[in-house]
Design a protein around this ligand. Structure first.
Ligand SMILES: [Zn+2]
Ligand SMILES: [Zn+2]
Length: 319
């Protein structure tokens, strides 16, 4: 029914990742929501007509320690099978094909339930952008009494602001653009800091428990590490094409601070997130587009001209 448009789709469609070359024809899309049309004989949790979702992965080894803990995205045997452009072990095609499609076949374990009450189109981006922020905020304990920063207000960042606020943390948005102050507050930020303004940054020295950085361009991390309290963590979830310059190690040593990364979330946690979203009335802010506008949407994403996620109405594929 619907597929969110992630930056990974754009990189893959254009074959921009040296480490992960695109096999054409390719079908991107890993923020998928639709109705179950058919189930196999062994399927227990889903039936025809159910509203269901598929995210960034469609299989893993299921037997290693990480998989057994429900952290299939960190499969210890490198067995995580991504939703598109991953070699297809079933051999039905050279690589897996994603959600820019009218159907997808997925093992039951990797299918999520969409709880009633959630708008299906605005739910789609939760499957990548949403869980990418939900998981680190949960893992590093964002909640009441904690001061949490979100760097960048895009598809990822706007979900981070919503979740940090919903978890009860004092939520601070960092942005380089004054035009985003009002929107940041509307989305749940208690404060918005212009990260290029050194006076504004100085007021927050050594005060953050956690900062989640969504920026996917190479930049200096030191100004953010300096804002962490003792034992605070800066967690990177954006994947820049070129690496960040190395941070100043002394800032990490004197303060026992951590620099960490986090990738999407496991299947149980993704389900937990969807249930949390239904209970707390949280979805992504989206702009619905027909598939015919996908190339225009990619260009607008590159300009930052989207609030905050494009979602494709897959019914338009038949037009
Ligand atoms: Zn994605
Ligand atoms: Zn595994």
């Amino acid at each position: 029914m619907f597929c969110g448009v992630c930056h990974s789709d754009l990189h893959t469609a254009r074959n921009e990742w040296d480490v992960w070359p695109t096999v054409y024809p390719c079908v991107p899309g890993h923020e998928i929501v639709g109705r179950v049309t058919k189930v196999g004989a062994g399927v227990r949790e889903f039936k025809e007509g159910d509203l269901a979702a598929v995210g960034c992965m469609v299989d893993s080894c299921r037997t290693c320690a990480s998989c057994k803990e429900g952290l299939e995205q960190y499969c210890d045997t490198n067995g995580t099978l991504f939703t598109y452009n991953s070699a297809d072990p079933q051999g039905t095609a050279p690589v897996t094909y994603g959600g820019y499609s009218d159907r997808i076949v997925v093992k039951e374990h990797f299918v999520l339930r969409v709880p009633p009450g959630l708008d299906p189109a605005a739910t789609a981006p939760l499957l990548c952008a949403g869980i990418t922020l939900y998981s680190p905020l949960r893992h590093w304990g964002a909640g009441p009494g904690k001061k949490v920063g979100i760097v960048g207000l895009g598809g990822l960042g706007h979900m981070g602001v919503k979740f940090a606020h919903a978890f009860g943390a004092h939520t601070v948005l960092f942005t380089t653009s004054a035009s985003k102050i009002e929107d940041g507050k509307r989305l749940g930020a208690d404060e918005v800091v212009l990260s290029k303004d050194q006076d504004q940054m100085a007021k927050h020295m050594r005060s953050f428990d956690l900062i989640v950085n969504t920026v996917a361009a190479s930049h200096n991390l030191d100004p953010f590490i300096a804002l962490l309290k003792r034992d605070g963590a800066l967690v990177l979830v954006g994947a820049p094409e070129h690496p960040h310059p190395s941070p100043t190690i002394f800032q990490l040593l004197f303060g026992r601070r951590s620099l960490a990364g986090s990738g999407i979330g496991g299947i149980p946690e993704t389900q937990e997130m969807l249930d949390f979203c239904a209970a707390n009335n949280i979805t992504s802010d989206i702009e619905l587009i027909p598939i015919q506008k996908i190339n225009e949407a990619y260009e607008r994403m590159l300009r930052g001209d989207v609030k905050y996620r494009f979602v494709i109405d897959m019914a338009t594929l038949a037009q």
